[in-house]
Design a protein around this ligand. Structure first.
Ligand code: CTP
Ligand code: MG
Length: 246
């Protein structure tokens, strides 16, 4: 991997926001307006202001792709983005949306950041740190924070075991990868029908199962995440948007 390879960010905005929908009149959460712009646009602005990111891929619900091409170009026309970008249709699962996003990255791209547009507070310095770590040669870097609750594994409605909290982390996005490694992980996920909630999970499994010299044993590294980098998921998270309005 070269240090000069391009970094692109894939901004995931193709979900249906089911857990929040009833509280916001059925609007998909990535399109909720916050400070005058849809939620997904805030991540785009953060990435466009982060040095060393060469381009963005927006992933939208299939029936909104054409409309969103115009919308995103309109914002860009206001000169707020200043980066090349592509717009693609997402898939049924988050991992399908990521796959579609990866499939349009240009040949010069060597590193990719995969980001949930439902995390509008992820910061530039966090993103920059992940890029530094990727460029230093790590194949996969994800932001993680300590958990404050005691977490238990359950079996039906009884507790199976209590996990050791000091070994646990809650992970966030953007998650950064060598593009070759992430593509290998998605390929294996497709072959083995893995169903996961983040990209790092696939890379973890790839590391354990690959027989290819480039990806066998590959590890996912963590970096310091941000307490403020929450995912807008449930109705009670909406107050976080209100609190952040200056
Ligand atoms: N996402 C996506 N494509 C999907 C599913 C999710 O691009 N098929 C994106 C969402 O838009 C979101 C991020 O992945 O930015 C994290 O997913 P999540 O918080 O689960 O969002 P939703 O799937 O939209 O919400 P819900 O699970 O409540 O339906
Ligand atoms: Mg979801």
């Amino acid at each position: 991997m070269s240090k000069s390879g391009e970094v692109w960010a894939v901004i995931l905005a193709a979900g249906s926001g089911t857990r929040l929908a009833a509280s916001v009149g059925g609007v998909k959460k990535q399109f909720l307006l916050w400070k005058g712009f849809p939620l997904f646009w805030h991540s785009a602005i953060t990435f466009s202001n982060t040095p060393r990111i060469s381009g963005l891929v927006f992933v939208f619900p299939p029936d909104q792709v054409e409309e969103m091409k115009t919308v995103v170009s309109g914002f860009d026309g206001s000169d707020s983005l200043g980066l090349p970008f592509k717009v693609v249709a997402g898939g049924v699962r988050r991992q399908d949306s990521v796959f579609n996003g990866l499939s349009v990255l240009p040949p010069k791209c060597e590193y990719v950041l995969v980001h949930d547009s439902a995390r509008p507070f992820a910061s530039g310095p966090l993103t920059s740190n992940i890029i530094d770590m990727l460029k230093s040669g790590l194949p996969a870097v994800i932001p993680a924070v300590e958990v404050t609750d005691t977490i238990k594994e359950i079996d039906g409605d009884t507790v199976k075991q209590t996990l050791v909290r000091s070994n646990l982390r809650a992970v966030q996005t953007p998650q950064g990868f060598s593009l070759r490694v992430l593509i290998a992980a998605h390929k294996m996920a497709g072959e083995k029908e893995w169903d996961v909630t983040d990209d790092a999970s696939m890379v973890e499994m790839l590391g354990g199962q690959s027989e290819d010299s480039e990806t066998a044993g590959v590890k996912v590294h963590i970096c310091e995440g941000e307490e403020s980098n929450v995912k807008i998921t449930n109705p009670e998270d909406l107050k976080r948007l209100e609190e952040k309005i200056p």
